[in-house]
Design a protein around this ligand. Sequence first.
Ligand code: THU
Length: 129
Amino acid sequence: MTSERIQDALDVRQRAYAPYSNYFVGAAIMTDAGVFVGCNVENASYGLCNCAERTAVFSAVAAGAKNITAVVVATRDGGSPCGACRQVLAEFAEADCPVLCVNESGIITLETTVGALLPHAFTPRNLTR
Ligand code: THU
């Protein structure tokens, strides 16, 4: 299962649109409603660039999946999710949700959890309504 998700992340990384940074990122997330993938999509207006992880999460939510159970992120050097993506992942994953970062060869460079990436995350549970 893990090796399949790693391959999914590597495959979708090939579809990244990253002409400005040339840093291609792919993400595969397992959810209660199946696997979703995403790549980074950049824009000439740099602030509009969207990360691979958030592309995958938003795709999952659009398909009705709101529980993320595992995350794989593929980059050339095994980089880990940015702060914004950590917050978005924390919205839909338990703290013990596994996160794997792999490099372009599929080698695992980091094996961690959503909770370890973003301790004390701000979540809807913290909101007083
Ligand atoms: N990027 C991601 O896709 N995920 C991250 O967690 C960090 C950064 C993208 C954004 C941009 O297209 C490129 O990598 C360089 O920052």
